[in-house]
Design a protein around this ligand. Structure first.
Ligand code: C5P
Length: 396
């Protein structure tokens, strides 16, 4: 999604950096439009570096590209945070004397405004009337939080937390077709210990599973993510539980399955584990030139879930992933169909990992096949792939 972030001149302007970071992490494109006064509080260089986009608040540069119209028309969502009392007054009056004012008047996108100011300014009759006017026009104006303000005083007027602003803003655009559905997603790659230092692992970054989880949250689902070795993962609105080995993941999946509506098995699970894990570090000097590790099969977690669903008559949709080195789309489709059959899941998401271009990338080229024979190919960001997978699940 293309998000325009307007920043106006208040002390809370520095918090806009966290808003940019959260939006970028959620896979959105961010174009920052500060007012001239906002740039007294935060530098354009910082905003450019974080948003990966140029920042030029001047209405009279690049005139030939008619940027206020281009920005306004191409935005899917506009956030103004922080919004000063002066900005609220100008916006309520329809004044367009800077780039942000012009972008707001040219856009049809939903707008979220997050005011921040001193309590006296927030409760002033002029501000109250301006907020009322904006709300009556369908503009979403958040109430500020109460707490410590810039000086020694405290009261209503603090900018709400960046997470709350982003969540409220994204909720304005999302289809809530998974509202209340409980979704369990595994993501990342399991690690099987050899000794206390080494492990057998894989290249999975977990980005596709995380993109699905984020997208599901924005569509109203209650999401739990079992994150296998994804450092510091946080997903606003979802429960993230760290996991490590296949055995550990299987135990957690079995524990959480009851009450789940959809199980999405996006993690790369190690098929084998080391039979005898050494309690102490293996030393090369003692091992010589060869080491023989005996590997034993791990449980197939997805196949286990499918059996439980059948045996216990659970109402759970299941989604498997197939990372294949197929070579052609035809071969990929054949391998995906075979895997769909052998695992017994409702949907399979297959991709060709030849050349390993997919691992760690923001992009994917996936073939999604349902057990009813529906096929869809989607090449794009992992968020775009997530969105199609969830469209199919919403139909199911
Ligand atoms: O058989 P393969 O490993 O290619 O199957 C991939 C799918 O099966 C993925 O959805 C993965 O999460 C799941 N899987 C599993 N348990 C395993 C191996 C794979 O759940 N031991």
């Amino acid at each position: 999604m293309r998000v325009v972030l307007g920043i106006t001149g208040g002390i809370a302007a520095y918090k806009a950096t966290s808003i940019i970071r959260l939006l970028i992490e959620a896979g959105h494109e961010v174009k920052v439009v500060p007012t001239q006064n906002a740039l007294r509080f935060i530098g354009a260089t910082t905003l450019e570096a974080l948003s990966h986009n140029s920042v030029d608040p001047d209405l009279y540069t690049d005139v030939e590209s008619v940027k206020h119209v281009e920005l306004g028309q191409s935005a899917d969502l506009i956030i103004v945070a922080p919004a000063t009392a002066s900005f609220l007054a100008r916006y309520a009056a329809g004044i367009a004397d800077d780039l942000l004012g012009n972008v707001l008047l040219t856009s049809r996108a939903p707008v979220l405004v997050a005011p921040a100011m001193h309590t006296e300014m927030w409760t002033n009759a002029a501000t109250v009337a301006n907020v009322e006017t904006l709300r009556s026009r369908g503009i979403n104006v958040l109430n500020p939080d109460s707490g410590r303000l810039t000086g020694k005083d405290s009261g209503a007027g603090r900018l709400p937390e960046p997470e709350a602003i982003v969540e409220a803003a994204l909720a304005l655009t999302s289809v809530r077709d998974l509202s209340g559905k409980r979704i369990l997603v595994t993501a990342g790659g399991t690690r099987e210990a050899i000794d206390p230092v080494r492990f057998i692992g894989n290249h999975s970054s977990g980005k596709q599973g995380v993109a699905i989880a984020r997208e599901a949250v924005s569509r109203g689902a209650r999401v739990t993510v079992l994150a296998a070795n994804i450092e510091g993962l946080q997903i606003s609105g979802a429960t993230v539980i760290a996991t490590d080995t296949a055995i550990e993941m299987e135990r957690q999946v079995n524990h959480l399955l009851q009450g789940t509506d959809v199980f999405i098995s996006a993690a790369a699970v190690s098929d084998f584990r080391v039979a005898e894990v050494s309690a102490t570090k293996l030393k090369r000097s003692q091992l010589g030139d060869q080491i023989n590790l005996r590997l034993i099969a791990n449980p197939d977690i997805l196949a286990g879930v499918v059996s439980r669903v059948r045996e216990e008559g659970l109402d759970v949709r299941t989604v498997g992933f197939a990372a294949e080195t197929a070579g052609t789309q035809w071969a990929l489709a054949e391998l995906a169909k075979a895997k769909l059959g052998s695992k017994g899941c409702d949907v399979i998401v297959a991709n060709d990992v030849s050349g390993s271009a997919v691992f760690g990338s923001e992009h994917n080229d996936a073939l999604i096949i349902t057990k009813d024979g529906e096929q869809k190919r989607i090449a794009g960001t992992k968020t775009a792939v997530a969105s199609v997978v969830l469209d199919i699940l919403a139909e199911l």
